[in-house]
Design a protein around this ligand. Structure first.
Ligand code: FAD
Length: 455
């Protein structure tokens, strides 16, 4: 199979993909719109840190970068919930002390780019792709005030993010389906600095959440003992960014809603008015590939909201799946490879988008609800009682390679199962009753059958 590949975008997914392909003997060129972030002292990005979970680690493992990133990653073993009043409550993510990891986006991206170049990838910076002519696979590039074209490749892989130039070209194709949805919430980053002795001011081994029904604040730890906080709030309405236009309004909102967090934010007003308010978009589209010529990957194929911490993880999994298709089909042509990739990933891209929205409601609205806490406790006990049978959906998404579409299906099946268990009353007391145990076995059996339908 022909060996020259051009990747659009040297973000997280484009850089990882470049390493994996170059290591397999492909000759990879990457076109990146931005200047080389390794030469900048400050690089503006989408978020300062990211939660890395099992699928992300698998991508780094394949690239040979896992150990290096583990050294700069902070494990978060659960959620620390901060109610408006009262003590914070810790909820473990897994049954066996599993963790998700806070990683610096910039450092991760820089390390991926450096490794890509060390493998022989040619990364060309400040090359903004403006269009791709699909039948000839010719890329138009803006390079300062020059316009270039590039067609020295067999395949183009677009990892150029949520506003992909290749996807824009697909919009002109017949029968290309596309949806773009901006959710009503935006986000703004704030900061909790390190303490006077360089110490963390909150538990560093947790993802902190201040859930407030229709909005929330979260905080993830950084290796310099700071926390990056993100406020997710509607753009309009009673509690909204449009109502926080003055220092007095912003401060009073935080004093009422997040007093404990505000007490740890000496630069609150500078951060609030200095940092942008950004929007959140969900993109679904189909097809993801065009003949034997080009394809979408990462956010370019499936931009999702960040509430499951899975956008990058899913993009890395796209890369891993594509590599195993290449490895398992050495004689296939690009038409076959791209078709297999699309078949394997499209429904997972859709499913993770839905899971992320469901998790938003859970994080901002349910985590402080006693009914939800009871449900989480029962989930944990079911996992211990039926270890071969039952894993919570959070565990499937974050701590396993279970396909996202299977996890989404299980979410529905688990809602039904947990509904029956909760309706039966006190779970621990019920477990002492033989008739309940019989019912539970039957319900678990039915649940298992449902899961098998899609797995
Ligand atoms: C607030 C927030 C928090 C998040 N938290 C998490 C998390 O905890 N865990 C997680 O897994 N995911 C998280 N995500 C999602 C994650 O950031 C994305 O899924 C991930 O960055 C996608 O990587 P990508 O390489 O596909 O796209 P991008 O990161 O968008 O990279 C695209 C690259 O292409 C370049 N580019 C764009 N257009 C062009 C062009 N026309 N020509 C040339 N180059 C171009 C860009 O400059 C960029 O370098 C979060 C997202 C947000 C917004």
């Amino acid at each position: 199979m022909s060996k020259k590949i051009t990747i659009l975008g040297a973000g997280l997914v484009g850089s990882l993909l470049a390493i994996l392909l170059q290591k397999r003997g492909y000759q990879v060129t990457v076109l990146e719109r931005r200047p080389d972030m390794r030469k900048l002292t400050y690089s503006a990005g989408k978020s300062i840190n990211l939660a890395m979970s099992m699928r992300g680690w698998a991508g780094l493992e394949l690239a040979g970068l896992r150990k290096e990133i583990e050294e700069i990653a902070i494990p978060m073993y659960g959620r620390q919930i901060h109610p408006i009043s009262g003590e914070p409550v810790f909820q473990a993510y897994g049954k066996h002390e599993e963790a998700i990891y806070s990683v610096s986006r910039g450092e991760l991206n820089r390390k991926l780019m450096t490794l890509a170049e060390a493998c022989g990838v040619d990364i060309r910076f400040e090359q903004r792709v403006t269009d791709v002519d699909l039948p000839t696979n010719t890329i138009s590039i803006e390079d300062g005030d020059k316009t270039l074209s590039h067609s020295d490749h067999d395949v183009v892989m677009a990892a150029d993010g949520a506003f992909s130039a290749l996807r824009n070209a697909y919009l002109r194709r017949d029968r290309f389906s596309y949806s773009q949805l901006y959710i009503e919430h935006g986000y703004k980053e704030l900061c909790i600095p390190a303490g006077p002795n360089g110490e963390f001011l909150l538990d560093k081994q947790a993802l902190h959440i201040w859930p407030r029904r229709n909005f929330m604040l979260i905080a993830l730890p950084n290796t310099d003992a700071t926390f990056t906080c993100t406020l997710f709030l509607p753009f309009e309405g009673e509690h909204s960014f449009e109502n926080l236009k003055t220092p007095e309004a912003a401060k009073s909102f935080f004093e009422t809603q997040f007093p404990d967090a505000l007490a740890l934010m000496p630069t609150f007003l500078e951060d609030f008015f200095g940092n942008p308010t950004s929007s959140l978009v969900i993109v679904k589209c189909f097809p993801w590939v065009y003949q034997d010529k080009n394809m979408l990957i990462g956010d370019a194929a499936h931009a999702i909201v960040p509430f499951y911490g899975q956008g990058m993880n899913c993009g890395f999994e796209d890369c891993n799946v594509l590599m195993s298709i290449l490895d398992n089909n050495p004689d296939a042509d690009w038409t076959g490879i791209l078709a297999q990739y699309q078949e394997a990933r499209k429904r997972n891209g859709d499913a993770v988008a839905d899971l992320a929205m469901l998790n938003f409601v859970e994080m901002r609205d349910k985590v402080a609800d006693p009914e939800f806490l009871r449900r989480k406790q029962i989930e944990k006990e079911l996992g211990l009682l039926y270890p071969a049978f039952f894993n919570s959906v959070y565990e499937m998404v974050s701590f396993s390679h279970t396909s996202y579409h299977v996890a989404l299906h299980c979410q529905k099946a688990q809602d039904e199962l947990l509904g029956k268990i909760l309706a039966a009353g006190d779970f621990s007391a019920n477990l002492l009753r033989e008739d309940f145990k019989k019912d539970l076995d039957a319900w678990m059996q039915a649940y298992g059958e449902k899961v098998k339908e899609v797995a």
